[in-house]
Ligand binder design. Sequence first.
Ligand SMILES: Cc1cc2nc3c(=O)[nH]c(=O)nc-3n(C[C@H](O)[C@H](O)[C@H](O)COP(=O)(O)OP(=O)(O)OC[C@H]3O[C@@H](n4cnc5c(N)ncnc54)[C@H](O)[C@@H]3O)c2cc1C
Length: 464
Amino acid sequence: MSVDELSRAFRQHGRIVIVGASLAGLRAAETLREEGFTGSLTMIGDEPQEPYDRPPLSKQVLLGHMPADATPLPRRRALDAQWRLGVAATGLDLTGRQVRLADGEEVPFDRLLIATGTRARPWVKEAEADLDGVFVLRTSDDAARLNRRLTARPRRVLIVGAGFTGSEIASACRERGLEVTVAERGPAPLVGALGGVIGAVAAELQREHGVDLRCGITVTALEGDSAGRLTCAHLSDGTVLDVDVAVIALGAMRNTEWLAGSGVAAGPRGVACDAGCRAFDIHGIVTDDIFVAGDVARSPHPLFGYQFLSLEHWGNAVTQAEVAAHNMISSGPDRLPYLWVPAFWSAQFGVNIKSTGVPTMGDKLMITQGSLAEHRFTVAYGFQGRVIAAVAFDQARWLDFYRRLIETAAPFPLEFANVDRRPEGLRAVPSEFPDPSLPSHGPTVTLSGYSPSDRKVTFTPARM
Ligand SMILES: Cc1cc2nc3c(=O)[nH]c(=O)nc-3n(C[C@H](O)[C@H](O)[C@H](O)COP(=O)(O)OP(=O)(O)OC[C@H]3O[C@@H](n4cnc5c(N)ncnc54)[C@H](O)[C@@H]3O)c2cc1C
């Protein structure tokens, strides 16, 4: 059979398995059907629910504006898939082309999409994590539990980690009139994702909204009463805080453990794949039948020095899933490269934050519009004489313009004038990112080097 005939036969009768039935998994399945795949399609997901949307969990759901089970992802089309929900994949046999499930079943495939995303990093001491009153936020069940507890009006909520998720939770708590302490190891909120200059603005926002923000502080212990209920938290400066709710917001961990020993290049930073979303094996050779998409993927991007990027962005999960699905049923020249410019949004303390590009790569920044003091601005980040990222606070409509500057490697510092350019923004200043090896809430874009099979990265928890 010719390559074209093989490809046509696969489109008609092939077996595709998708592990991870959430945003990336669902969008990939829809694309497969949209593009004419009529073979068998199996969706494996360890959560019992049908695919749902996570961004509202830390926003509308925690504000009590919608129930946690009311965020199902809209369906673009009928799927005609076999759904295996509530059962985890526990292993992958590359040679035998089978996925092993927790219930012992083995599911054969011709092509596989890995879309297992991330999970919340748990509190490091298990016994303390089990206390009644200690929460994480990743799933709709997490959001339902936390929302119930917030509705019962706790005396004080402690949020451990001031990344995007921690800051959004703090914002929701303040909007509900709850007392909130945020403990952040770094010098400011959002510092790992946006750097110290913008972190200082985020700190002002939090304090202006009544958050008891404590930076340069770690939580050393959580303590409960004899009934196992959280009562207080010990901080590294010796303070003991009375709290009855603690939300651990220390970033995400990639769900790659089920791939251990499979031969796929999977590790703490995710599953490495090429720009066509095909997974690498541990020797750095690209596989032809295993694809990756979404939060669990790390893929090289020419705009960012071909470094592997791990992204925790909603838009990345959608776009990469669409490209991966297209490539799964296309051959050779019809395959597409995945060249999406990272983009992310957040809503907190009444401000709409949007980012494009890779801010963590930018060692300098310029305020190109508006002013930090007014909390309404756009900053451009530069790296090696070119624009690498931009972040807007309440000025999102300009970001497309900056995305084009990033795509065309426009020179940095930016010289153009505009009506909203102030004297403070005319020169580039250091963007003040902390040492990335220090554990914190984590950025939502991680540059994870050049090697597809690099599995050396380990997380060192804060010393307790
Ligand atoms: C609270 C919250 C707020 C957010 N807000 C924003 C925002 O404002 N803007 C933005 O851009 N992004 C936001 N995000 C990030 C965005 O939701 C993620 O980027 C997106 O969900 C990634 O989709 P995914 O399908 O790749 O992974 P996930 O959504 O993590 O889905 C992976 C699925 O695979 C399942 N799974 C894992 N292991 C296995 C296994 N072994 N077998 C079977 N199934 C498995 C998981 O349980 C999960 O259902 C937010 C995330 C959270 C949690």
